[in-house]
Design a protein around this ligand. Structure first.
Ligand code: PGA
Length: 241
């Protein structure tokens, strides 16, 4: 179901004790009507779930494997994610694609596994600077959606549009640039048979307290996936925008 979602992707930051302390503080200041989701590193998930007990804030992981179990050193399964108290899983973040050989094909396997297990996949798509400069943005996004969501039954996925050139650079896409691609994503999902009007599409890339309100005023932007600012006090301004 389409709803506004503000998500914090902590990447490889915050130990369990840091997660507890930060989230207790965030929860005490939170005044948000939107769904708020935190993606801590695996080892900080239990502390996050405990600190957020009794609040409406959800927890997710930043990745998972598509197999149920087996000899996959260093990986975690959907059942482990579910049992730890998570409801969401981030899939295909550009850093996973760049540093950990994530492909549209593994994204697809993970999305299907997440849905089969009852986790909500938040699927990341986005072009890099070179692709944008060569006018390939729509081609790249269309390919990532088509392959990443191949044979996925129209169901509860969340999409995060994150232009790679805006991640961690302080260079946010303009409201119009973000809206243009999010509208394109909605149209593409509809052409693929999804009930696109019911899918939440988030923007990510240098979102801060100072730009969240105007991004959220765009008709096809239903939320934000926040990296750097989700580690700081500014996250409270973002969720309470
Ligand atoms: P950023 O990261 O907000 O630090 O740009 C966003 C992300 O990678 O999800």
């Amino acid at each position: 179901m389409r709803k506004n979602i503000i998500a914090g992707n902590w990447k490889m930051n915050k130990t369990a004790s840091q997660a507890s302390e930060f989230l207790s503080y965030v929860a005490s200041r939170m005044d948000s009507k939107d769904e708020v989701v935190i993606f801590p590193p695996y080892l900080s998930v239990a502390a996050a779930v405990a600190a957020l007990k009794g609040t409406k804030v959800r927890v997710g992981v930043q990745n998972m494997h598509f197999e149920d179990a087996g000899a996959f050193t260093g990986e975690v399964s959907a059942d482990m994610v579910l049992e730890s108290g998570c409801e969401y899983v981030l899939i295909g973040h550009s850093e996973r694609r760049k540093y950990f050989a994530e492909t549209d094909e593994t994204v697809n396997l993970k999305v299907k596994k997440a849905l089969a297990k009852g986790l909500i996949p938040m699927v990341c798509v986005g072009e890099d600077l070179d692709e944008r400069e060569k006018d390939l943005t729509f081609d790249v996004i269309a390919r990532q959606l088509r392959r990443g969501l191949e044979d996925v039954a129209p169901s509860s996925v969340v999409i995060a549009y994150e232009p790679v050139w805006a991640i961690g650079t302080g260079k946010t896409a303009t409201d119009e640039q973000a809206q243009e691609v999010c509208a394109f994503i909605r149209k593409s999902l509809s052409e693929m048979g999804f009930d696109a009007a019911e899918i939440s599409i988030l923007y990510g890339g240098s979102v801060k307290g100072s730009n969240i309100t105007s991004l959220m005023s765009m008709p096809d932007i239903d939320g934000a996936l926040v990296g750097g600012a989700a580690l700081t006090e500014d996250f409270i301004n973002i969720i309470n925008y």
